[in-house]
Design a protein around this ligand. Structure first.
Ligand code: NDP
Ligand SMILES: Nc1nc(O)c(N)c(N[C@@H]2O[C@H](COP(=O)(O)O)[C@@H](O)[C@H]2O)n1
Length: 286
């Protein structure tokens, strides 16, 4: 597959004729709400709708052809967003290494690589992860971590433990920044006072607005399970491209469809068989 498969042009749009395949994000990815980036949600699942094995074990579900389709899709977006659960569990690279080697250039310089964006409310990303290592070696784009400000310590309730937590948070932020990561803080929504702060999800509308303000016009959301649930149930999906591999994972595997309240209105666009996998594209109803 030396050019992007049809599922991508049918669902997302075509690359302008004067642009070499894979070298620039798609210019026509414009959401209805232009205060946020265009969102393409994409992942690979088994035929029993699991995205990982028991205990979150990473599974390579995509075959060679559909994996290459995913890497073409990565070139088409400004950013590639995952949750910290995936970053910690999979230690991913999020680059486009499965694309064909260009004749006259090095692979990394030739293609457009999306900026990795990690939703990480508690700064759990390791400063020695592959994303940071690759960027330091010049074979990856430095990730941005989207996080929340540290818990506020105020007057009467301040104690030594709170002070230590704040120092630890500052140390984690400094370590990430020293490793080349940009840390962006988004104010979390007001929590119910009885809820522990660990239950915080970053508010996606504010995250997306912040990313758009920082120049990110399109993102590909790759998962994992909780991130997929959040984007679908908050109806923040412009396109959905799902690869289904002909395997069964079983009841212990990780699914993504619990807890949906409202779903985005998506219309069917295209199905393509890539090797043994079936890839389906849907788009937001206009
Ligand atoms: N087959 C596929 O295509 C893919 C499979 N996977 C698999 O998914 C699994 C990981 O999924 P999961 O554990 O759910 O982790 P996620 O990658 O979905 O990350 C979830 C974490 O992101 C943080 N977060 C911040 N804001 C939000 C928000 N608004 N909504 C949801 N989460 C938010 C929270 O961090 P905190 O806990 O710090 O508060 C949360 O726990 C792995 O097993 C991985 O292999 C992942 C991607 C693709
Ligand atoms: N398209 C696709 N197919 C699979 O079978 C997968 N397991 C995933 N996982 C996602 O890709 C990330 C790994 O990326 P790198 O190979 O390290 O570049 C992984 O973390 C998931 O987000 N995707």
């Amino acid at each position: 597959m030396s050019s992007p498969p049809q599922i991508l042009s049918s669902t997302l749009g075509v690359i302008p004729a004067d642009v070499e395949q894979g070298t620039a994000p798609l210019p026509d990815l414009v959401p209805l709400d232009t205060t946020r980036p265009y969102v393409t949600l994409t992942f690979a699942q088994s035929i029993d709708a699991k995205i990982a094995g028991a205990g979150g074990k990473q599974l390579i579900l995509s075959g060679e052809e559909s994996m290459r389709m995913t890497h073409w899709m990565r070139t088409m977006h400004d950013g590639i967003l995952i949750g910290i659960g995936t970053a910690v569990n999979d230690n991913p690279q999020l680059n486009v290494r499965h694309l064909p080697f260009p004749v006259q250039n090095t692979h990394f310089q030739h293609y457009h690589h999306p900026r990795p964006l990690i939703l990480d409310p508690h700064l759990r990303l390791s400063p020695t992860c592959k994303l940071i290592y690759n960027a330091a070696k010049g074979v990856g784009v430095a990730p941005w971590v989207i996080s929340a400000p540290p818990p506020k310590i105020e007057g009467f309730f301040a104690n030594e433990d709170d002070g230590n937590k704040l120092q630890e948070w500052e140390a984690r932020r400094e370590a990430l920044q020293a490793a080349g990561v940009t840390v962006i803080l988004v104010e979390p929504e007001t929590l119910h006072p009885d809820l522990p702060p660990t239950t915080t999800n970053l508010p996606l509308p504010a995250v997306l607005r912040t990313l758009r303000d920082e120049g990110i016009r399109s993102i590909m959301v790759e998962g994992g399970a909780r991130i997929i649930q959040s984007f679908l149930s908050e109806r923040l999906v412009d396109a959905l491209i799902v690869t289904t591999a002909p395997v069964l994972v079983g009841g212990d595997g990780v699914g993504y469809s619990e807890g949906f309240q409202q779903l985005p209105g998506l219309k069917y666009i295209h199905t393509e068989q890539l090797g043994r996998d079936t890839v389906v594209g849907l788009k937001l109803m206009s």
